[in-house]
Design a protein around this ligand. Structure first.
Ligand code: PXG
Length: 459
């Protein structure tokens, strides 16, 4: 084992000397130092200073069954002893990816029967772009290449993941998006549909997609991709009728419908998948995170009959795969994780108890002077902080107030995610009503402190 008896300062020094973090201003980080997480249990993580921190983000939208489930460690150990690694290339497989595929076929949206594995959500979204373009190629529709996605979408951080994503800041670095990726308005009613009804706004948002299809020409459009609820984009919950309209549009113009289930998958909405919550049947889904509750890296693509038939029945090759596609240890851990979710009735508990409770409690902030909107679905929720509540006016430029509030949450030993000026949460599926109550006390304190702070600064 590596040396684990250093103190906080020592870890921070080595971290700052050698470790590059994702999405981080390292100059700033070297002055504050990283928070060093040294253990975790249930819905809490503990840092090297002994703080007990309520993790309302389930790590990074992923620790669905909570921390410290030894069953997963046992399974990993056992599988490492049996076969730690073998590949799934060259007409070979180990048993865990086969069994995991069978289990997934039972719980994924109707019609999704085949699974291809990777190690991250970004990788699986890359797989989708290659798969769908190859699909149209095989069918002789060689121009169907463009992917339509949405502003504020998050689909990963590789060149393709960031191109599919609709994050302006990411596009600003490294000449992105790549050619063949375009973005339309998301179903973000608070910002884009202030004065109309939910239903009217859904029609408007879907009309934008149709206009984009017509502008590009349907013969050039490969697929539409979206998260059921945009998570890292700010917990953007679409109107109830949005997704069925999108599905109709994709059918009408012969466009593949890809649903990115990386966050919404594995129980977040109280169903196995967000597609089931919105009652749609995607052609393809991608998933990651919650499939192993983050205990090991694993991701995948679920492929429906329409696409898989072409590859399987026409005997066409697809020159694509990763060393760790179907990694036996990660797949074994996933099977155990899914067993726990199922056998402990976590979906039912989320749907009938904890999600309604979280949604009810967080809506109490609707009257807070800083809060413009409270939104959420299932165990995804957030409050949008605004400059002017009556006029629904957002802070411009965005981000400063969100960061202030996030820092207060940190000081109150609460992990929530600041997205622009919203405070978002996505707790483990094991979150209890007591922990939700604790979260509300900490969040109220953080919002009140933020309000006091911003009175003193020029925004
Ligand atoms: N799709 C969705 C919907 C995601 O949320 C990915 C794909 C990419 O997964 P990987 O495993 O390649 O990271 C994600 C990841 C944040 C944050 O700041 C969110 C994600 C990753 C990192 C940070 O909220 N989501």
């Amino acid at each position: 084992m590596f040396i684990d008896n250093r103190n906080t300062k020592q870890w921070q020094k080595i971290d700052s000397d050698h470790h590059l973090h994702p999405f981080t201003d390292h100059k700033l980080l070297s002055t504050s130092g990283s928070k060093i997480i040294t253990s975790a249990k249930g819905n809490y993580v503990f840092d090297s200073e002994g703080n007990e921190i309520l993790d309302m983000m389930a790590g990074l939208w992923c620790v669905n069954i909570g921390y410290g489930r030894n069953e997963l460690a046992e399974v990993a150990k056992k599988q490492m002893e049996i076969v730690p690694y073998y590949n799934t290339f060259f007409k070979t497989s180990t048993t865990p990816p086969i069994e995991l595929s069978r289990v997934l076929a039972e719980i994924t949206p109707d019609g999704i029967e085949h699974f291809f594995f990777g190690s991250s959500g970004s990788e699986s979204n890359d797989t989708v772009v290659r798969l769908v373009r190859r699909y149209w190629d095989i069918l002789g529709k060689k121009n169907k290449k463009t992917f339509i996605s949405r502003t504020y979408a998050y689909h990963g951080s590789t060149m393709v993941g960031a191109s599919l994503g609709g994050m302006e800041a990411m596009h600003g670095q490294g000449d992105l998006p790549l050619p063949g990726f375009t973005h339309v308005m998301p179903p973000y009613k608070y910002k884009f549909g202030k004065d109309i009804s939910e239903e009217e706004f859904a029609v408007l948002a879907v009309k934008e997609i149709e206009n984009k299809i017509l502008e590009l020409g349907p013969d050039n459009v490969a697929a539409f991709i979206g998260e059921p609820i945009q998570a890292a984009g700010g917990v953007i919950v679409p109107p109830e009728n949005y997704w069925s309209l999108v599905q109709n549009l994709c059918d009408q113009y012969d466009i593949i419908l890809c649903v990115d289930e990386v966050v919404c998958g594995f129980g977040r909405t109280g169903e196995w998948f967000g597609s089931q919550h919105f009652n749609i049947k995607p052609d393809i889904i991608t998933f990651a995170k919650g499939i192993t509750s983050g205990y090991l890296p694993l991701s995948g693509v679920g492929v429906g009959k329409k696409v898989s038939d072409v590859f399987i029945n026409q005997g066409k090759d697809f020159y694509h795969g990763y060393t760790y596609s179907g990694h036996p240890v990660a797949c074994a851990v996933a099977i155990e994780n899914l067993r726990i979710i199922k056998e402990e009735g976590m979906l039912e508990n989320v749907k009938n108890h904890t999600a309604p409770y979280l949604q009810k409690r967080i809506r109490e902030f609707q009257d807070h002077p800083l809060v413009g909107e409270v939104r959420g679905q299932g165990l995804l929720a957030g409050v949008e902080l605004v400059k002017n509540k009556e006029k629904k006016e957002l802070f411009d430029p965005p981000g400063k107030v969100g960061n202030i509030c996030r820092d207060h949450c940190t000081n109150n030993n609460l992990v929530m995610r600041a997205v622009r000026d919203g405070m978002m949460c996505s707790p483990p599926l094991t979150i209890t009503k007591e922990d939700i109550d604790k979260c509300m006390v900490k969040l109220k304190k953080s919002l009140d402190s933020t309000l006091e702070d911003i009175k003193k600064i020029d925004l």
